[in-house]
Design a protein around this ligand. Sequence first.
Ligand SMILES: C[S@@+](CC[C@H](N)C(=O)[O-])C[C@H]1O[C@@H](n2cnc3c(N)ncnc32)[C@H](O)[C@@H]1O
Length: 313
Amino acid sequence: MKQKTFYDIYNYPDGFEKRKEFWKKQLNWHTDLSKLKDKKVLDVGCGTGTFSKILHDYGADVHAIDLSKESINRVNKNYPEIKAEVGDALELKFPDNCFDAVMSIGVLHHTNNSYKGLQECIRVCKPKGRVIIILYTKWHYYPLMYNGFKLLKNGRKPEDMPKWIIKAVKGFAEWYYKEKRTEDDAVRLIADQFFTPIARFHSEFEVRKWAEDNGCSLASTSTTYFGQHKIYNIVKEEKERKYDVASGEGFYAKVDEGKLAIAGIALIASIFFGAMNVIANGFLVMAVQAGGFISYITGLALLFNSIKTNETT
Ligand SMILES: C[S@@+](CC[C@H](N)C(=O)[O-])C[C@H]1O[C@@H](n2cnc3c(N)ncnc32)[C@H](O)[C@@H]1O
């Protein structure tokens, strides 16, 4: 019989209505989840199905995978409407470009190659589709806590923690989420925070580069809970298209970096020469010269405009 993995034993407890509301708000800030109605969506590393269920409630056709057989069994039992199966985030068994959106919530940083995981999410996402991932962030006190705790564990398991810690975590979870919870849930929460076999920490700079190297744009990001996670809202589009960060939708602009640099230098030079002009000649002479200059530029622009019109008609 196959040995149970860490996540078979300590899968993240489902439920936590307040957690669901929190995440719904967070994700909706990045993209309108109601637009996923009837769309094919993949939840990579679904755990016990909390997010798959949220997406399904928005009307999406949800497919889900997780490495943990135990977690998938729970999803199939509790949410038969979700098409859940065992699978590896680093080797998705789906063809290219087949999902309208791909989500992976707090998963890729627990694999041994977060970048490969993101590449897989992008691969199976349709062009113009959306990939939303949540990763541990690098510049935070949490990586220090996580790595410090590693030294203290000394072979102990989550359930070997002193009873008072387990009780304290249970009390905190019940106070924070306003929901009754068991000590077993508390053990799973401790396991999720400090005992996971792998945890990686990534910066926004890194993830932006990963996205752009794979033909995508990072449309928006946000920080969650106590700041230890970041949400990355990635659009599968050519990278020179810059999206409206606020809405993540539609608008894009093509920027020619070379021309932009020349325009910047010209602007700085014009401010410099303008200042020199004022110092040397005073405001009145400068105003007369500026008038002459503006009429000259306007004339040239109109001339070019008429040539373009002649060409196109
Ligand atoms: C912190 S849990 C998050 C679960 C779920 N996304 C949620 O937020 O409720 C991490 C999940 O990643 C899964 N996981 C870890 N490595 C994986 C891999 N290589 N492929 C698929 N799932 C993986 C674990 O089994 C676990 O269910």
